[in-house]
Design a protein around this ligand. Structure first.
Ligand code: SF4
Length: 190
């Protein structure tokens, strides 16, 4: 027996209505997402991957992330996420995530495990040495051959990330300028 496309769609609509009406009050239907996260602690955060800055809800149980999803209250994404943001859960729950400082010395072919104090001291020392070696107070402009006060170093650059919020970006750029660094970039532009 043949069936027209119109009859098929009408039948489907009636079947759906029947299923909806047959549900008992209080049964899970459209409320399922709420039930899925019921009793969990909910915290807001910002996606660290790009400069769009989508908002997310992070649900935790006993300090462990058990769910992440787009924040419907966030003015930028209103609950929507791209595939990268949608996979944010894997940042917190991932056996392959590197959680220790690994260092490969210049010329070496192997990685060594270090602690954070060692890493921060080394970064600070390298920054100080680089700045001392490359800082210029004055520079001659090639166009007019005049000397100008510049107070800068071209020996290093600062690299921000989309995980930083407005206030952190402000402090980051202030710190860069105070160091005399003029080259600031953002991870999301690469
Ligand atoms: S990576 Fe995707 S989810 Fe994350 S901020 Fe950018 S657009 Fe939003």
């Amino acid at each position: 027996m043949g069936i027209s496309r119109r009859k098929f769609l009408q039948g489907g609509a009636l079947a759906t209505a029947g299923l909806t009406l047959s549900g008992k009050p209080g049964e899970a239907s459209v409320d399922a997402p709420d039930l899925r996260t019921k009793g969990l602690k909910s915290t807001t955060t910002i996606c660290p991957f790009c400069s769009v800055g989508c908002g997310l809800l992070v649900h935790t149980k006993n300090g462990k992330v058990v769910n992440t999803e787009g924040d419907p209250q966030h003015p930028i994404n209103q609950g929507a996420l791209c595939p990268k943001g949608g996979a944010l859960f894997q940042i917190a729950n991932n056996d392959r995530r590197l959680q220790k400082v690994m260092y490969r010395a210049p010329g070496s072919d192997r990685w060594e495990e270090k602690n954070w104090d060692w890493a921060l001291d080394r970064i600070a020392r390298n920054m100080k040495e680089t700045r001392d070696k490359t800082f210029k107070a004055r520079e001659t402009n090639k166009k007019d051959s005049k000397e100008y006060l510049v107070n800068r170093t071209d020996g290093m650059a600062f690299f921000g990330g989309a995980g930083l919020d407005n206030e952190e970006c402000y402090l980051w750029s202030k710190f860069a300028r105070a160091m005399g660094v003029g080259q600031l970039e953002h991870q999301a532009r690469l």
